[in-house]
Design a protein around this ligand. Structure first.
Ligand SMILES: [Zn+2]
Length: 277
């Protein structure tokens, strides 16, 4: 009973297969003409939600419920401070709904953090101390290649206030030289260890080519965020220190994701500090 049907079905199946192959050939023949447009479309979409190999949007893979808003167009000219010594900033006066993510020392060298910065297109600023980075500058070269910037945080992380000029200058200029030899750039921004400085620090920084001394208004902690004065909430222009480095605490990725969720909940996004300073 079933045999005649089966034999009758074979030609039909074969015909269908031929038709499918023909359709596939036609489609692939068309592909070169439509593909560039499709590809452009996909690239534009990827800029908003980069897709990973699994097809899950990057923001989800990194623990966010929604994509980060694109940063507004940065100012045409960085801020100019008409002062003899470099300005000390913990906040950028701007109405742009951005905050700035900064990281200190360079102890953590997690390759997955490089992936996170690349996939979320995070314009983070890394303030590096030579003795902490040690032989790990390659990690920061990879971070730079995906959009991070590298800035100065001294050679050896001393508390600067009270140190003589020559010592402070050696700490800052010495790290400028290291970063120049590693990356071919001489940073414009400097963060003093522990966020402490005196007038000598500012003079030494100026003499080493530093144009701004960068502190922070908000810092992540294991319990949330602490604020150095002002409102106890994130505001446009805040410079945020993602820290502290803790061997036993959440990873840099987790701390960053937690901060990004706070940033999003505040209706803010991440800007590039170097565009504003
Ligand atoms: Zn530090």
């Amino acid at each position: 009973m079933s045999r005649p049907r089966a034999t009758a079905a074979v030609p039909a199946a074969a015909l269908l297969a031929v038709a499918l192959v023909a359709a596939a050939l036609l489609l692939s023949a068309c592909a070169p003409s439509v593909d560039p447009i499709e590809r452009l479309g996909r690239k534009a979409a990827d800029r908003v939600h980069p897709q990973g190999p699994a097809g899950v949007p990057a923001y989800r893979r990194w623990g966010l419920a929604a994509p980060l808003s694109p940063a507004p167009r940065p100012p045409l000219h960085p801020l100019s401070f008409h002062t003899a010594l470099p300005p000390v900033v913990d906040h950028i006066p701007t109405s742009d709904r951005v905050v700035f993510l900064t990281y200190d020392d360079g102890a953590e060298k997690d390759p997955r953090f490089v992936d996170m910065v690349r996939e979320l297109r995070l314009p983070v600023s890394m303030f590096l101390t030579d003795s902490v980075v040690g032989p790990g500058y390659g990690h920061f070269a990879r971070l730079r290649s995906v959009g991070a910037s590298v800035q100065n945080h001294t050679l050896d992380h001393p508390a600067m206030p009270g140190l003589p000029y020559a010592g402070q200058r050696a700490e800052i200029c010495g790290q400028q030289e290291k970063l120049k030899s590693r990356f071919g750039i001489r940073p414009r921004l400097f963060r003093p260890p522990y966020g402490t400085y005196d007038t000598t620090t500012l003079r030494a920084a100026a003499d080493c080519g530093v144009t701004a001394v960068v502190l922070w208004r908000a810092a992540t902690t294991p319990d949330g965020i602490t604020y150095r004065g002002g409102d106890k909430r994130l505001r446009p222009g805040d410079i945020v220190l993602v820290g502290p480095d803790e061997a036993l605490g959440p990873t840099l990725r987790d701390r960053t994701a937690r901060l990004l969720r706070r940033v999003q909940a505040s209706g803010l996004t991440v800007g590039r500090l170097e565009d504003y300073l």
